[in-house]
Design a protein. Structure first.
Length: 160
């Protein structure tokens, strides 16, 4: 199944207040924090990398390099570096659009949720999508290793 960003426009959600916090977004939407995509921008060997994480997981930066078979360490980009990359502040990050131009890693633990929520260009806008749509839009590499603690579909929900 192939999907385009324009096909997801009917799935836009507007928050009542601007928010950077996964917990605040999840609370307002009444969903689990893991269903809110936490986009992280890293640099590996000078290349920007987008890592789309479940909101309830931390990113294991060492695994980012391994997933990409890169020799260098992954480093999170600063707010200034992100602004230079996207041409706007971090609140304007639209990960699904950015993924068209930047190699992307998808945290496999996002598969736990039927519906995912991604920032959509400003601090009040979110777009609802599924994991399959996310994979189609980003053409990202799915990784079971980038999430900390690790997640595997056969693990009990309270372990991973």
């Amino acid at each position: 199944m192939s999907v385009t960003l324009s096909e997801l426009l009917d799935n836009i959600h507007i928050l009542t207040t601007p928010s950077r916090s996964v917990a605040d977004i999840a609370g307002e939407l009444d969903v689990e924090e893991g269903a809110v995509i936490n986009p992280l921008l890293c640099s590996v060997e000078g290349q920007a990398i987008l890592v789309l994480m479940a909101g309830d997981k931390a990113c294991d930066a060492e695994q980012v390099s391994k997933v990409l078979n890169a020799k260098g360490e992954a480093e999170l980009l600063s707010a200034d570096a992100i602004e230079a990359l996207i041409g706007a502040g971090i609140d304007s990050l639209f990960p699904l659009e950015l993924a068209e131009n930047v190699p992307t890693i998808l945290d496999a633990s996002l598969k736990r949720f039927d519906l995912l929520y991604s920032r959509a260009g400003n601090a009040k806008c979110l777009i609802a999508t599924t994991f399959d749509e996310l994979k189609s839009l980003t053409e990202g590499v799915i990784s079971y290793a980038v999430a900390s603690p690790p997640w595997h579909p056969r693990m009990p929900a309270d372990v991973g």
